[in-house]
Design a protein around this ligand. Structure first.
Ligand code: FAD
Length: 308
C-alpha cells in the first residue's frame, strides 16, 4: 500500500518532519511510516503520530550506508512521498534514493502540499531573495531543513514499531566519532542568541558579547567571517545560507552588517535587535529594534542595565 515515509538520522528533525507528513496524510489519505536508526528514536516517533516506525537495526553507524535499506523499504511500499531531514548526510541519502526510484526530488522545502498527483513545494532561492514553487510528480523525495516545522504534540495513540535487521553498506566503517570542537552547542535550538560580526576588532573583545549573552541566558552565534576567516568561534555557531538556520525568540545582532547570506539563516527569528555604527547597514531593514551606536559603548551599557 502506498504511504508517506520520513527519515532523518537526527531524531529531533525526524519529529519535525511528522508535521508536514501529517498534513500530506490528510490529502493523500495514506499512512505515515518513519524509518529510525535506534529503538529509542523509533518509539519517540511512534509516540508523535507516525502510524508505523521501522527500526533499521544494524551495527553500522555510517548514515549514508543506510541509503540502500531505506530505498528498499520505500520501494517495497511503493511510497508516494519520502521526506528526508535536510542535513548533509540526509541529502546524500535522499539523492541516492531518488535516483534509484527514478523519482523527482526537491531540497530545502519551506512549505509542502499535494495537488493533482504532484507535490508542490516552495523553496528559498538566491539566498532568500526569492521564493520559488516547484512541482514534483509522485513519487517524490523532498528534503526539509531543521526547524522549518515544529514537531507535533504527542499523538493520542502511538504507532507500531517493527524492527528490521539490515546490512549497512560495508565499504565504509566508522572507527570512532570524535567531536571537532566544543560539544553540546546547538544554536538552532537556542531561545535567545547574541550574534557577533566583524564589527568586533579582536577575539578578546567577544567577552563583551559573552557578558551580554550570560545575563540574557543566550547562546553566542556569529557570521561566517567570524567563524571561518577569523576562527574566533567554532563553525557550528555561524548562521546563514551555508551555516545554521535559527529561529530564536530574540536575535541580537551586534556588529554584523546583515548581508543576505547571513539573514537567510535568521530572518524567521521572532524579534531581531541590531547594534551597528552604520545606520545604513542592511541589518536595520530586517530588525524590529535598532541601536545605531558603537558596540564598545552600547554592549557594556546594555549588560549593566539588564543586570539590574
Ligand atoms: C556563497 C556565499 C555564502 C555565504 N554564506 C554565509 C553564511 O552562511 N553566513 C554568513 O554570515 N555569511 C555568509 N557569507 C558572507 C556574507 O556575504 C557576508 O560577507 C558576511 O555575512 C558579513 O559578515 P559580517 O557582518 O560579520 O561582516 P561585515 O559585512 O564586514 O560587517 C561588519 C559590520 O560591523 C559594523 N561595525 C563595525 N564596527 C562597529 C562597532 N564598533 N560597533 C557596531 N558595529 C560596528 C559595520 O558597520 C558593519 O555593518 C556568504 C558569502 C557567500 C559569497
Amino acid at each position: 500500500m502506498p504511504g508517506i515515509f520520513i527519515f532523518s538520522e537526527d531524531n529531533a528533525l525526524a519529529g519535525q518532519l511528522l508535521t508536514p507528513a501529517l498534513e500530506l496524510k490528510k490529502s493523500l489519505n495514506q499512512p505515515i511510516t518513519a524509518l529510525a536508526l535506534s529503538e529509542a528514536d523509533a518509539k519517540a516517533l511512534a509516540a508523535l503520530g507516525a502510524d508505523k516506525v521501522i527500526f533499521l537495526q544494524s551495527a553500522s553507524k555510517w548514515v549514508d550506508g543506510f541509503a540502500e535499506a531505506i530505498f528498499s523499504q520505500v520501494s517495497k511500499a511503493t511510497a508516494s512521498v519520502l521526506l528526508v531531514g535536510g542535513t548533509l548526510r540526509g541529502k546524500t541519502v535522499a539523492a541516492y534514493v531518488a535516483a534509484k526510484l527514478n523519482a523527482g526530488m526537491t531540497t530545502d522545502a519551506k512549505t509542502l502540499k499535494v495537488d493533482n498527483g504532484k507535490v508542490l513545494a516552495t523553496r528559498v532561492l538566491y539566498a532568500g531573495l526569492a521564493l520559488c514553487e516547484e512541482e514534483v510528480a509522485l513519487p517524490a523525495v523532498v528534503t526539509i531543513r531543521a526547524r522549518t516545522f515544529l514537531a507535533p504534540p504527542a499523538a493520542a495513540t502511538a504507532g507500531t514499531v517493527e524492527t528490521v535487521a539490515v546490512e549497512g553498506d560495508s565499504r565504509v566503517t566508522v572507527g570512532a566519532i570524535t567531536p571537532t570542537g566544543e560539544t553540546g552547542v546547538d544554536i538552532s535550538a537556542a531561545g535567545k542568541l547574541v550574534a557577533v560580526g566583524r564589527g568586533f576588532r579582536k577575539k578578546e573583545d567577544l567577552k563583551l558579547a559573552e557578558d551580554l549573552a550570560a545575563v540574557l541566558k543566550a547562546e553566542l552565534a556569529c557570521t561566517r567571517g567570524v567563524a571561518e576567516d577569523e576562527h574566533w568561534l567554532p563553525v557550528a555557531r555561524y548562521v546563514g545560507i551555508s551555516g545554521q538556520t535559527v529561529k530564536p525568540d530574540l536575535y541580537l545582532a551586534v556588529g554584523l552588517s546583515g548581508q543576505v547570506q547571513h539573514m537567510v539563516g535568521c530572518r524567521e527569528s521572532k524579534v531581531i535587535v541590531a547594534v551597528n555604527t552604520d545606520e545604513r547597514a542592511p541589518i536595520f531593514e530586517a530588525s524590529d529594534y535598532g541601536i545605531v551606536g558603537d558596540l564598545y559603548e552600547v554592549l557594556p551599557l546594555l549588560t549593566a542595565a539588564l543586570r539590574k
